[in-house]
Design a protein around this ligand. Structure first.
Ligand SMILES: [Mg+2]
Length: 168
């Protein structure tokens, strides 16, 4: 797939992605980023809304898979165990390898897969390279690190382009 930094839609949070709407598009696997997508940085357990969203995905026949770049030992594992989903930590986004491995483990094709994340230069770029539908969410919380505000500003044009081509 071509190099692209443009997502297919920008959503307020993961829970805005309706499982039935994803299923109607033929989606069977949701790869999800962890930090600032499923939970704020350093928060070890999923919020009740995220647990409910995962259960709704289950009912729609869609698997959720945690694809995290976190290098912190146990960060991805503990969160994934709390949500009862498979995971890959230290996954090297935007490189394609982590996406391919996750799809192979779950037995699905790129066209049956979406990636949901909060960052253009990792989550979205990697998804486009791997042929996976890139869905961008607003970061849960920018506070805590000045670099996040700078990156968010740099990402703004790509976010604007993505709003014009929503997948859902
Ligand atoms: Mg993130």
């Amino acid at each position: 797939m071509p190099f692209s930094l443009i997502p297919q839609g920008v959503y307020p949070s993961v829970t805005a992605l309706e499982p039935e709407a994803l299923a109607a598009k033929g989606i069977r696997l949701v790869l999800a980023d962890l930090d600032n997508t499923l939970a704020p940085y350093k928060v070890p357990r999923p919020a009740a809304e995220v647990v409910a969203w995962k259960q709704a995905l289950d009912r729609a026949g869609i698997r959720l898979f945690l694809l995290s770049n976190s290098r912190k030992p146990n960060r991805a594992r503990l969160f994934a165990e709390a949500l009862d989903i498979p995971y890959q930590g230290h996954s090297g986004k935007p490189r394609r390898g982590g996406y391919y491995k996750a799809m192979e483990r779950m037995g699905v094709k790129p066209e049956e897969t979406v990636m949901v994340g909060d960052q253009i230069f990792t989550d979205v770029l990697g998804a486009n390279r791997a042929g996976v539908v890139p869905l961008l969410v607003e970061p849960i919380r920018l506070a805590g690190n000045p670099g996040r505000y700078i990156r968010y500003a740099v990402e703004t044009p790509f976010r604007a382009l993505g709003r014009r081509r929503p997948f859902l």
